[in-house]
Design a protein around this ligand. Structure first.
Ligand SMILES: CC(C)(COP(=O)(O)OP(=O)(O)OC[C@H]1O[C@@H](n2cnc3c(N)ncnc32)[C@H](O)[C@@H]1OP(=O)(O)O)[C@@H](O)C(=O)NCCC(=O)NCCS
Length: 207
């Protein structure tokens, strides 16, 4: 059966019954920076692309929502898994080789839920927050599925947050955390650094 794409602004990946935005569409969205080989699924919602900087080989999967007034800076080889959300008022920085799994919430602001003020965006003043702070993900850090990353979270190089966990503070490098609130579980091996060198050499060889 011949397949027709009614929307010419998408590219089909063989064996996948949905589509990523074409380079033309990406270039017209007005990103602050757009690297090479960027894949953004056509169902992802990205608000204010001018505040988003994308390195190369970034992949943003289906149903991701990015609506962060502080902007988001992506390094190279970053993956955002399906249904994840990045929202709030402060900056998010995601360095090279970071993996964000599925259904992850990354919130740079917490709404004021004390009862002193109306809350949520449909009411005046509803965007008042009790805590707004930037969030950063160091190189090779990783967030497990269904986790909550809240204002003030700082992933150091190689930090891991397990599945269904919650973090809102700085983490140690090459250390695995999990739980609510997240606690240190164990040290992480650093073999990925040698793997990274091999991978980067293979990219160079392809050029
Ligand atoms: C955190 C993680 C990396 C630890 O894996 P591990 O080193 O194999 O650790 P274990 O499974 O042996 O668990 C060690 C202890 O931590 C606890 N633990 C592990 N993961 C946990 C989590 N996500 N939340 C709470 N506790 C957790 C275990 O219950 C165990 O406790 P115990 O010693 O009291 O029995 C792993 O559990 C995890 O969450 N991985 C991410 C999974 C994921 O998101 N997959 C989608 C990928 S796209």
């Amino acid at each position: 059966m011949k397949v027709y794409y009614r929307n010419s602004g998408v590219v089909a990946v063989p064996g996948l019954n949905s589509a990523f935005l074409s380079r033309d569409v990406l270039e017209n969205l007005g990103f602050a920076r757009l690297g090479e080989d960027v894949l953004i699924h056509s169902t992802a919602v990205i608000v204010d692309c001018g505040k988003i900087s994308l390195g190369s080989r970034v992949r943003i999967d289906p149903f991701v929502i990015i609506s962060n007034r502080g902007g988001v800076e992506f390094g190279n080889n970053v993956h955002i898994g399906g249904h994840s959300v990045l929202a709030g008022h402060a900056a998010v920085r995601i360095e090279d080789f970071v993996g964000i799994s599925h259904y992850v919430g990354i919130y740079t602001s917490n709404e004021d839920l004390s009862g002193r003020t109306l809350s949520h965006p449909t009411v005046p003043g509803g965007d008042k927050t009790t805590r707004t702070a930037s969030i950063s993900f160091g190189r090779h850090s990783f967030v497990g599925a269904g986790s909550m990353v809240l204002p003030g979270a700082r992933f150091a190089e190689g930090s891991v947050l397990g599945a269904m966990s919650r973090i809102s503070r700085p983490m140690r490098p090459w250390t695995i955390y999990a739980g609510i609130p997240a606690r240190r579980l164990l040290e992480r091996r650093q073999d990925v650094l040698a793997e990274e060198q091999k991978y980067l050499a293979s990219l160079k060889a392809l050029r």
